[in-house]
Design a protein. Structure first.
Length: 337
């Protein structure tokens, strides 16, 4: 690994040391009464991948894992969407890498989280061997990473359906090597174009009542990394053209809801990258009008957070839950017309 790839090591190590010595907040778990479960329920989060030295976890990661387990048990969650940066700082080297145990199996051990995990790669995963993460699908019954990008279709009680496109934004846009730099452009132009064609075809062909697209890089973000121009130029128009329900991402270590509109259509962006680190930056606050930033949360005292989705015949309900169990925000999306 060259020195460019390591330029942010000191920052991550300092943040991690702060987390390790952070006194955890003991707060009651606050959640509504259990739903009737006439719905499809799942969790989504990103940037969850621990640290690359002992103890291989952060207090944010373990607190979020605990709250995810509690919600998963309470709400009969069916699966998890893992949106990249699965292994900080440099991914994994092989399918036998011990990080699969120290960062995944040993942290998300609760029986309620032994459900399918649908996985995509983040920029830190690309500093290692993403193919090894794909291969790990053969070792674990819950690790579902069949290819760099893939589609998940789920039935909803009552007869409706949900399509989820999990895309590889690093393959599309390139990697990043510094906090204040955008992606450098795709390493393999053909692979990027093949994926763009797959995304367009999959969206055009979908007849689902709800469509989610999830990837590591955000399309819109107000935090340190900010918006991703590559995705604004090519992906965002496809989302509008196909009435996609929402786009999910990580990369920036916050919980954000940004809602944009064009020609009478509304698009929701949920950024859920606060599962391991928390960053208060609002470096790109001016990249969206203030009225379009519906929610932002990045409070280290509450140990990160994740998202919970409850999808029924009538609506998709999205909740942001912090690392000590508070429901911080709720939003509702109607089925596609």
């Amino acid at each position: 690994m060259n020195s460019d790839h390591r330029m942010n090591d000191k920052m991550y190590i300092l943040i991690t040391i702060l987390f390790i010595f952070q006194v955890e907040v003991c707060t009651p778990f606050l959640f509504e009464p259990p739903s009737s479960h006439g719905s499809l329920n799942f969790l989504a989060f990103g940037d969850w991948g621990g640290i690359s030295f002992h103890p291989y976890t952060t207090p944010v990661q373990t607190s979020v894992a605990d709250q995810m387990a509690r919600v998963a048990a309470r709400e009969k969650v069916s699966f998890v969407l893992a949106l990249g940066d699965n292994f900080y700082l440099y991914g994994v080297e092989s399918v036998d890498d011990p990080r699969f145990q120290t960062t995944f199996e040993a942290v998300y051990y609760n029986s309620s989280l032994h459900i399918p995990w649908y996985v995509v790669a983040g920029n830190h995963d690309y500093f290692g061997n993403v193919s090894a993460q794909i291969e790990y699908s053969k070792r674990s019954s819950r690790w579902k990473f069949p290819d760099f990008y893939h589609k998940v279709t789920q039935p909803i009680p009552g007869g409706r359906t949900l399509d989820i496109l999990l895309i590889d934004t690093i393959q599309l846009c390139g990697n990043v090597y510094a906090l204040d730099q955008p992606p450098v452009g795709p390493a393999d132009l053909k692979a990027a174009e093949d994926q763009w064609k797959w995304i367009e075809r999959s969206l055009n062909e979908s007849q689902a009542d709800y469509i989610l697209v999830g990837g590591h890089y955000p399309i819109r973000s107000v935090a340190e990394h900010g918006p991703t121009d590559c995705l604004i130029q090519r992906l965002e128009p496809m989302l509008y053209q196909n009435s996609v329900s929402a786009y999910l991402a990580g990369h920036d270590h916050q919980l954000q809801h940004i809602q944009m509109s064009t020609e009478g259509q509304t698009m929701d962006y949920f950024n859920v990258g606060a599962a391991n680190f928390v960053d208060k930056s609002q470096a790109h606050l001016t990249s969206v009008p203030r009225e379009n930033l519906k929610f932002i949360f990045a409070d280290l005292m509450y140990l990160g957070g994740f998202s919970y989705f409850e999808v029924s015949d009538s609506a998709m309900k999205v909740k942001f839950i912090d690392g000590v169990g508070f429901v911080r925000y709720e939003h509702e999306i109607k089925p596609r017309k």
